[in-house]
Design a protein around this ligand. Structure first.
Ligand SMILES: [Zn+2]
Ligand SMILES: [Zn+2]
Length: 364
């Protein structure tokens, strides 16, 4: 048996004893958890926002569904078809479980892998048991695990499970951030701050960081934001429109506006911040329709990108961390034992008071 954080029904999570996972498929790995963490989306699972998880929890009764989709494991058992990993390997568990050979995986859209048995790539802690447990079953392990390089703090590598690939792929890479370009990041939660770190590594001309929380703005400044704006105190649009133009003939507005909240207000703000020929890169998870100012944007040659993370940037990000070009450690604000996970959820939920960004959980 083992201990795990389980989702029982909307609003109810419980740290309890459950059975240890077993190898179910020949491509599975079972690992002992080294570190795990809580994601913003886990709070949505907690309140019951995902019908698939609600249905599975109902079927499982008091046992519930183990939450979490980020973690590091020490491999204990490997299925007969696993070629790349052996017992003892310390690995990053990707939040996307993908096969590497189906239509979507071959097209670089691992987010919709057709072979993992779920509705999307992110099945851990959603459609199957997740990572907030003493042991984890990782399906399609050869293409869903990454060996931890030596000499890098393990908690930094934990940031490669989800927030770094998510913010980099959907915000920075899809947003076309490059050397000398101009960037606005709206929303400085874990994802927005991770986007700031990975954007900074590409040496843009400037990054404007926007959030309603002054503590997060201060952290953004420390992480390299050139300008920080609290919309409660200053209008971000007029601020951005007055920034110096860095190329001859260019109109005001940023080249890339990265949306990291998922609300109509913040997406509409991005539409106002973006300049001619710019890109609005949406990372936020939306639950309501948003007004799209097509009548104004169409003639500006704006691109809008959005999606679910594919995690195919993980090797590239891992190299940046190893080379010292990207240091995820400032994102880690709190540490708890896995047995304190219920308390850690409360602290994470009350981020405006606790100032939590990422909480590292270590099994007892
Ligand atoms: Zn997540
Ligand atoms: Zn696939």
């Amino acid at each position: 048996m083992m201990k795990a954080l389980t989702y029982i029904e909307p609003g109810v999570i419980k740290y309890q004893t459950v059975e240890k996972p077993k190898l179910l498929e020949p491509t599975d790995v079972i690992g002992k958890t080294v570190l795990t963490t809580i994601c913003g989306s886990d709070l949505h699972f907690w309140r019951g926002a995902f019908p698939e998880t609600n249905a599975l929890a109902k079927k499982n009764g008091t046992r519930g569904v183990i939450l979490g989709h980020e973690g590091l494991i020490k491999v204990e058992k490997v299925g007969p078809e696993v070629k790349n990993f052996k017992p003892g390997d310390i690995c990053i568990v990707s939040c996307v479980s993908s096969c590497g050979h189906c239509y979507y995986c071959e097209e670089g859209c691992e987010a919709h892998c057709a072979e993992n048995g779920g509705d999307c790539g992110c099945i851990l802690g959603h459609e199957i048991d997740g990572t907030q447990a003493e042991y984890i079953r990782v399906p399609l392990a050869d293409t869903s695990l990454y060996k931890c390089p030596e000499g890098i703090p393990l908690e930094s590598l934990l940031m490669l499970s989800d927030i770094l690939p998510t913010s980099y792929e959907l915000g920075v890479r899809d947003g076309g951030v490059k050397e000398g370009s101009t960037v606005a990041i709206v929303g400085l939660g874990p994802i927005g701050l991770a986007a700031l770190l990975s954007a900074k590594a590409l040496k843009p001309a400037y990054i404007v960081a926007i959030d309603l929380d002054d503590t997060r703005l201060e952290l953004a400044k420390k992480l390299g934001a050139d300008y920080t704006i609290n919309p409660k105190k200053e209008d971000p649009v007029s601020f951005v429109m007055k920034l110096p133009i860095n190329r001859k003939g260019k109109q005001p507005g940023v080249d890339t506006a990265i949306e990291c909240v998922g609300s109509p207000t913040t997406f509409e703000l991005c539409q106002k911040l973006v300049g001619m020929n710019g890109i609005i890169a949406n990372v936020g998870v939306h639950s309501k329709p948003t007004n799209l100012e097509m009548e104004r944007l169409w003639i500006m040659n704006i691109k809008i990108t959005t999606g679910l993370v594919n995690t195919n940037s993980t090797p590239e990000l891992l190299k940046k961390v190893v080379d010292g070009d990207l240091d995820p450690s400032p994102l880690i604000t709190h540490h708890f034992k896995l047995s304190e996970v219920e308390k850690a959820y409360e602290v994470f939920k009350n981020a405006s008071e606790s100032h939590a960004i990422k909480i590292v959980l270590t099994p007892d």
